[in-house]
Design a protein around this ligand. Structure first.
Ligand code: PLP
Length: 395
């Protein structure tokens, strides 16, 4: 077996350096645990960044993928694909939207939403094209979605960026109203800003956006790439506020690690896409949609959303206790199993110390520890994680 240091040297030599990586190579996973090449075990509170909602190597997902792999992997969207049809039906019947377009990632789902909105705008809204997005948002890395992303650091060096985006502060309805012009087509928003540091808006924010969109005749696009698929305790985060957006985008947890994304839209707007308008070679292929079906069925059969709510609430309680005892903790916030511990000190060293002690966590924005673990997490897992965190924060 190649040694970890040798692998990392090869990585430095051959892999483009787009990520700052921790010096481990993970080679095996089961449930909420991962093992590295040297056999060390980790409790995983990153979950592939909100992807592995059912944990690693979930038997039902593994079985569905194996079965499909032996039957048919790929055929192209020139033909009808049975799994794609079933998954679309599952998504529609469990949401308030009517039609689904499948792709392979969150950026692609948002790219599709932007294109569908513009197509609808060009045909039904006198050519309106401008999309209002939020400061500190995150919508992806393609040119359009990185432009939709309201963070200058992601734009640097990529000019010229596509036109037609305008940024306003998050959690500020008056700012949206003030930014609407006769060019405005849509408002695009995350129910909770994940990459932005688990920023949770005030109750009524999403319904407020819906109201503004209705009053001003705008489309409402909700980016649920991170918050969707049960992360906040309901299948979609906007469900909890009884908001019906015109479009929802999904990806991260949809395939439990198998790449798949989706754009959901209401009928009226979905109709702007006709054969030839948009496409994706791999989007919704038999294998990816087999994973998607297995994930949703397991969610419903095994009470995953209920576990997410219960264990998420317990995790928040335990972190509140930690905050009461430790001055390095500035704030605890979260919903379901998207949780943040904002620190008064930089998070990078804390993350590294946790890793040494067998706990994988993520840091965003410099001082926000973000927990987006598998939704199958148990209270025992939480106790172990909080124990390690307490030890590291006290050091
Ligand atoms: C991760 C993320 C994306 C981008 O998804 P990719 O699959 O990396 O393209 C878009 N929006 C939100 C809210 C995300 O969290």
């Amino acid at each position: 077996m190649i040694k970890t240091e040798e692998l990392i040297a090869l990585s430095d030599r051959y892999v483009m350096s787009t990520y700052k990586r921790f010096p481990i190579v993970l080679s095996r996973g089961l449930g909420v645990h991962l093992w590295d090449n040297d056999g060390k075990q980790y409790l995983d509170l990153v979950g592939g960044i909100a992807v592995c909602a059912l944990g690693h190597s979930h038997p039902r997902v593994v079985e569905a993928l194996k079965r499909q792999l032996e039957l048919l992997t790929h055929v192209s969207n020139l033909y009808h694909i049975e799994n794609q049809i079933h998954l679309a039906q599952l998504l529609v019947e469990n949401s308030c939207l009517d039609k689904v377009f499948f792709c392979n990632s969150g950026a692609e789902a948002n790219e599709a939403a932007i294109k569908l909105a513009r197509k609808y705008g060009s045909e039904k809204m006198e050519g309106k094209y401008e999309i209002i997005t939020m400061q500190d948002s995150f919508h992806g890395r393609t040119l359009a979605t990185v432009t939709a992303t309201g963070q200058a650091k992601f734009h640097a060096g990529f000019a010229p960026l596509p036109e037609g985006f305008r940024y306003v502060p998050y959690n500020d309805l008056a700012a949206i109203e003030a930014a609407v012009t006769d060019r405005t087509l849509a408002v695009m928003v995350e129910p909770i800003q994940g990459e932005g540091g688990v920023i949770i808006p005030a109750p009524g924010y999403l319904p407020g956006i819906r109201r503004i969109c209705d009053q001003r005749g705008l489309l409402m696009i909700v980016d649920e790439v991170q918050t969707g698929m049960g992360r906040t305790g309901t299948l979609f985060a906007c469900e909890a506020e009884e908001v019906v957006p015109d479009m929802i985008t999904l990806a991260k947890a949809m395939g439990n690690g198998f790449p798949i994304g989706a754009l959901l839209a209401v009928e009226r707007i979905a109709a702007a896409f006709v054969p030839g308008s948009h496409g994706s070679t791999f989007g919704g292929n038999p294998l990816a949609t087999a994973a998607g079906i297995a994930v949703l069925e397991t969610f419903f059969d095994e009470g995953i959303l209920d576990n997410c709510r219960r264990v998420g609430a317990y995790f928040l309680e335990r972190l509140a206790e930690l905050k009461a005892k430790n001055a390095k903790v500035k704030e605890v916030r979260g919903k379901g199993l998207i949780i943040a511990l904002e620190l008064t000190v930089p998070g990078a060293d804390i993350v590294l110390e946790c890793l040494k002690r067998g706990l994988l966590i993520n840091c965003t924005g410099g001082n926000v520890l973000r927990f987006v673990p598998p939704l199958i997490l148990t209270k025992t897992n939480v106790d172990k994680a909080v124990g390690i965190l307490a030890e590291v924060l006290e050091a």
